[in-house]
Design a protein around this ligand. Structure first.
Ligand code: CP
Ligand code: NVA
Length: 298
């Protein structure tokens, strides 16, 4: 049987994804139900910074009686140019699963092509599927099924936005994106999912009647030098109380974090009662634990 990877949400069926969400909620309520993974090791290759994703994998694996090995770019041979294809085969000989956070999505795909153990996308420039497991779990926890709901994405057409497009397809919701000119999501991806996704330049129309409003930083990791220019380009795209007032009265607010209060989101929205960002962050651990259980249990 070919090995199952989790590079984007498209790697799993809707049934499999919904199973992981249900399981994440089950394990949150009753951690003792988890299928232990003794003597199993998860390798973590991170070429970008992380708090939540790394913590979630390390804590989840620990609670599953397995272990993790963290490889930072600066002090592994990968960082000195050892071919990704060679590194993939070396790791697969010693660990049972690998999670990778890197820049080019293509690098992750090449690693996975040479890996005989499951590879998980811990964030690339193009996608962040683990975050979507936590986001959907959090929505379900607070409001029930996300199927048939309307989600508004306000801001950059980035890795998170791309994973929201995939999620609209897999979890059956409508996605209304408002992004400024030059910062739209990938056109091919949009086109593939055009029955579920609408793109506009208007944050107000995107959030109209939305059940969930989501945003993310204006400059992602690797774009730090564009930060000042982007603040100008994204003027008018801040999620603030005025914008939230156009959504459904019980609309939730999410942000994958870290957030920049006063830029993409006002402090009053991030810290409001309808903001579920802390549950969203905690659910990274429960959903990644459910993902590991799914990938590692025969
Ligand atoms: N949301 C998220 O992926 O956070 P980290 O960058 O801290 O892992
Ligand atoms: N879009 C952000 C997400 C961080 C979790 C980034 O890539 O930096």
């Amino acid at each position: 049987m070919s090995v199952k990877h989790f590079l984007t949400l498209q790697d799993l069926s809707s049934n499999e994804l919904n199973h992981i969400i249900r399981r994440a909620e089950e394990l949150k309520k009753n951690p003792g139900l988890a299928v232990a993974q003794p003597r199993k090791t998860l390798g973590l290759i991170f070429e970008k910074s992380s708090t939540r994703t790394r913590l979630a994998f390390e804590v989840a694996m620990n609670q599953l009686d397995g272990s993790t090995v963290f490889l930072a770019n600066a002090d592994s041979q990968l960082g000195r140019g050892e071919p990704i294809e060679d590194s993939a085969r070396v790791l697969a000989g010693m660990v049972d699963c690998v999670a990778i956070r890197t820049f080019a999505h293509e690098k992750l795909q090449r690693f996975a092509a040479y890996s005989s153990v499951p590879v998980i996308n811990a964030l690339t420039d193009d996608f962040h599927p683990c975050q979507l497991l936590a986001d959907v779990q959090t929505f379900v926890e607070h409001r029930g099924s996300i199927s048939g709901k309307t989600v508004a994405w306000v801001g950059d057409g980035n890795n998170m936005c791309h994973s929201y497009i995939n999620a609209a397809d897999k979890f059956d919701f409508q996605l209304k994106i408002a992004a400024p000119e030059g910062f739209e999501p990938n056109a091919d991806l949009l086109n593939t999912h055009k029955s579920r996704v609408q793109l506009s330049r208007n944050p107000k129309s995107a959030v109209q009647d939305a059940d969930l409003v989501v945003t993310d930083v204006w400059a992602s990791m690797g774009q730090e030098e564009e930060q000042n220019q982007r603040i100008t380009s994204f003027a008018g795209y801040q999620v603030n109380e005025e914008l939230m007032s156009l959504a459904q009265s019980d609309a939730l607010f999410m942000h994958c974090l870290p957030a920049h209060r006063g830029e993409e989101v006002s402090a009053s929205v991030l810290d409001a009662a309808d903001s579920v960002v802390w549950d969203e962050a905690e659910n990274r651990m429960h959903s990644q634990k459910a993902l590991i259980e799914f990938l590692l249990t025969p």
